[in-house]
Design a protein around this ligand. Sequence first.
Ligand code: GCU
Length: 716
Amino acid sequence: MFIKKHLVLIFMLSFAHAAFADDGYRLWLRYDKIQDKNTAALYTKQLQQLLFPGSSATIEKVKAELTEAFTGLLGKPPVGTKQVTANGTLIIGTPATAKIIATLQPTELNQINDEGFVILTAILQGKTCTVISAKTDIGILYGTFHFLRLLQTQQNISTLHIVSSPKIKFRLLNHWDNLNRTVERGYAGISIWDWHKLPDYIDKRYIDYARANASIGINGTVLTNVNANATILSPQYLVKVAALANVFRPYGIKVFLTARFSAPIEIGGLKTADPLDAAVQAWWKQKVKEIYTLIPDFGGFLIKANSEGQPGPQDYHRTHADGANMFADALATYNGIVLWRAFVYSSQSGDRFKQAYEEFTPLDGQFKSNVILQVKNGPIDFQPREPFSPLFGAMPKTPLAMEFQLTQEYLGQGTHLVFEAPLFKEVFNADTYQKGKGSTVAKIIDGSTNNFSLTAIAGVSNIGNDINWCSHPFAQANWYALGRLAWDYDLSSKQIAEEWLQQTFSNNAFFVSAAYNIMLHSHEALVNYMTPLGLAHIMYNGHHYGPMPWGNTLGRPDWNPVYYHKADSAGIGFNRTATGSNALAEYKTEVSDLWSDSNTCADKYLLWFHHVSWNHTMRSGKTLWNELCYKYYTGVDSVIAIQQQWNTLEKFVDAERFNQVQQLLNIQVKEAVWWRNASLLYFQTFSKMPIPSKYEQPDKTLEYYKSLRFPFAPGN
Ligand code: GCU
């Protein structure tokens, strides 16, 4: 009897545990039952019935989402009504579909754009109602997701007055996914696009991908790698692309493709891909027509040309503008756009920092109106920290899109917890001074500085087919942050982190505040243990996993870490002042003045712009060498603090994700120590100074770190 009872208990316990396990698949759309009884009771009262007329593919998706959300959060689906018969009626519709909203005539609708929405508390027919309205069904979709976010984060919904429109027109994910399903710089499994089974097999993931994106306002996806394969443009593949576009359309998501510049040769049988050649132009026009026949709302092309071996117009002695404009002409009839990438650096010697500027600023004003230049946030390549790309302040006649990297190629890849919103905000808030003070990067990107309506923000996706999409449970937050900031770059990192935590993990106030603290400090911690004080690109060659500041064997100087840090017996750092490469001259003087003097330049950018002697006195009063040691040690200490903080949160998190994060933090601590020790031991060969004795000394030799090899590091 005792044994039997015992077994029942064990069974019950394990069942209870399983009920709380969470594999992370549902992302921030979990809709778990609201535990707080008062809130649940209040919401039930405030949401007694749902008046939701109209029907369209999008509206059907909204209704399905509401049913799922209400059933989960409140235990039952919404009760439909045709009239307002009770307090607590949720009314959803455009004035065209919902007559009752037309009678209300909310003036707020005049303040939003076509994707915007309003959420208002109103008295209608004597009853207190909540109204979600918009000009379009897509606006309704966004408004509904916003409302569901309020419920999931348990906000007060009794007096709502929300008027919201996206600040950026194209809010995009860029997948670096290959047709064989490998993902360049992907750390979360293989590509979610199962090309082989498309178009006939629609994986449920495609729908959940669309839901997740729509919930944060992402409205476009580039399906294929910038290092492009022309096969995607073949008829066989275009029907597969069309099948995905059909899934995404009701969610307001447009499909884009990368176009390989040499496709007319590779799949068109032409002898050239010269953008000024009439046959080439005709080929692209025909190809674009074929695409729009299959996908009437196709978004356009993203193109990497004459960069890292990709073909491009310069192969024919034409300019980037010649190349981009050829695509622009073909797409213009259909309102398609060209996202032309500015990530170029030729093999000519010189400072790589300067090259995009040198190639593109002479072309300012030469691009057709449906071309937008997509610029990485910094001048080099998604380093842990970079100053903003000088292009943002230097192309007043060309719309510029922001490209951030969500996949953590240089940010600890699959194993490090790094919340990128503070990095994104640092770039948005930087002032280019293009039209005087206040011409922040955000104000360039949103078109307001130079009056452009074509605006875009792209995030290089961190999504793969891992069960939780992004591998590290916290990496989901970067996808989330990209969407939220592309909608409104004024949102704070704090708000984004908190609402993400509440939806993804728990509404418990103690948990949210502690986990937010972890997220807030995570980026700076990584900068400190990898590339403090403005160091950059000292990662291992090729796969970029781990430190390799000694790397100097690759064919081109700018592929080698030693090119970036320039450490020698005199000091460390890249002199980009007038006595060096003078890259600083690419910024407005108000900006270059901030950085051109090594005594006043912010510590975080110091080695980006100066070759500084090991004895240089820093703001802190320490020598540069001691400051470097301090930063590396602080970085490791911060991760240990993060690890300790996470360990106090066990009772708030399901066992599955708690353990995942715990194990990943253990790896992160080890790797942070590796980064610190390898880097300091190497730089010490030049400084010839001791690591201050108060610090725990490296327990391995530089030779040991140099001997490490990772032939199968992922993402390469
Ligand atoms: C980086 C990255 C490449 C990528 C390139 C790009 O260099 O390592 O994998 O192709 O950026 O953005 O085009």
